[in-house]
Design a protein around this ligand. Structure first.
Ligand SMILES: [Zn+2]
Length: 116
């Protein structure tokens, strides 16, 4: 209370002993810091929204015979790349998974990479 603590500098050991007024000041500081962080996040644009490329371009088609196109959605080992990384929507990721499985079955795509 007597010593002003800098912004963002919280002392852990005194937290339990101090009265309620201190906690309100702290919560105010905390909320301000959170607001600041949110603003910075927005400005920098760190979180970029991924767009499903099949939705964005309707001319793109998922074809199980087109191994070259399907290879873009598999890792070098041959595993399918998850939706959260590739940015595909659920509908197209499902179609893609079926296509890759079909391509594997007709042996134009690997089940496992050539390293194994
Ligand atoms: Zn899509």
């Amino acid at each position: 209370m007597s010593a002003p603590s800098g912004p963002g500098g919280y002392r852990r050991d005194r937290e339990d002993r101090d009265d309620r007024r201190e906690s309100t000041v702290k919560s105010r500081l905390r909320s301000r810091a959170r607001k600041k962080a949110r603003k910075q996040n927005k400005k920098s644009g760190f979180l970029r929204r991924k767009v499903c490329r099949f939705c964005a371009d309707s001319s793109l088609q998922i074809d199980y015979k087109d191994a070259k196109a399907l290879r873009l959605f598999t890792s070098e080992i041959g595993k399918m790349i998850p939706r959260r990384i590739s940015g595909n929507c659920a509908k197209h990721q499902r179609q893609l998974a079926v296509a890759i499985k079909r391509a594997r079955h007709i042996a134009i795509m690997p089940f496992a990479g050539h390293g194994i």
